[in-house]
Design a protein around this ligand. Sequence first.
Ligand code: NAD
Length: 409
Amino acid sequence: MITDPFQSSIEQLESAAKFLGLSREIIDQLSQPQRIVKVNFPVLMDDGNIKIFVGFRSQHNNARGPYKGGLRFSLQVTESEVKALSAWMTWKCAVAGIPFGGGKGGVVVDTKQLSITELERLSRAYIKAIYDVIGPNKDVPAPDMYTTPEIMAWMVDEYSKLVGEYTPAVITGKPIDKGGSEGRTEATGQGGVYVLEQLSQKANLVPQNTSVAIQGSGNVGYYFAVLAQQLGYKIVAISDSTLALYNPDGVDVNAAMEHKKQSGSFVGFTGASQITNDQLLELNVDVLVPAAVENVINEVNAGNIKAKYIIEMANGPVTPEADKILSQRNIISIPDILSNSGGVTVSYFEWQQNKDNQKWTKEEVLNKLKPIMVNAFEEAWAAMGKYGTDMRTATYVLAVKKVVDAMIK
Ligand code: NAD
């Protein structure tokens, strides 16, 4: 079983490269980030001691534009992980057709152990350590796991002080009153629902007769669920990290979330029965939407998946081994680099607004997002037929081709 995300990313590149007949030199070039920066930096803790933290910034490829990608604060951050995530960002931006390359960064830290003042000093110290390799036309970070809009605001402030000018376009995902974009919060879920609508057209799925199971109910899962429900899709299951709610007639997502808000969990919600996350994944539904964590569909359960279609909203929810099994079973999986690219696309809109000193309405933002998602889906669907392969490989072939075409060889 492949668990090293960097190895998975190389496998995905290699399978796309076969269709494009890429030379070994190009494949080798695209396998590794162009630059990876590792920093050890000091942070003053509240007790007066100095603690040294380790951080990374991986810059995979900038042939199509500045590196773009989030920053993670987590004990799980490793060099291998940021390298893989930066490569996925390169492909994701190419699929969406936005003029960015791929980057990713992180700091090895458990934010739950920090006070708010320590978190602010850590965020500023990390930027001080990497500020010379980032910039609005160089590398544009954003939030990711355990980093927030507020953290992005501290980072922009620190960067602006270091370079001597207010530079909001250096980082996206900021709070709205600090240069953030309207529509960013729901962008990833909304983008996924645009994909669901396109898929429905291809597969003749009528919303009212289409059952959908969603793993996760965080930013991505929640917005996907409510927006799909508004269109009439039957959300028969939704989960959090502890349990899943199931009702074959449909779960009222807003009522379930309200129950969780009031009581602290989904336990006791009367509009659905309780099942496990593993059972959710194996439900007999039309569309399965993993929107929580990576590797949840793997060689152990891929043979038991009953959904006809999977829309990958989490990053890396299907392992390469599972992918082969799903493909043999004719289950179409819309890959993460396409399905969840709504988030980075609206980050691009934020960057554009900052550079042009503009402020777009939410309606404007979502109206610009839709054609990008529709076009990305249509291109990948057509490539699936053209190359006679599965949707993931077809999407990778398109993405890798766009990057290779932009590279100076
Ligand atoms: P989040 O932290 O808001 O929500 C995560 C959800 O997953 C929560 O409902 C949590 O209870 C659930 N969860 C956590 N561990 C779980 C487990 N072991 N089993 C089942 N459920 C579990 O995160 P998010 O922003 O919604 O991101 C979800 C996924 O989407 C991640 O893979 C993320 O990288 C990806 N993604 C997010 C964005 C974005 O804009 N937020 C963009 C692209 C991709």
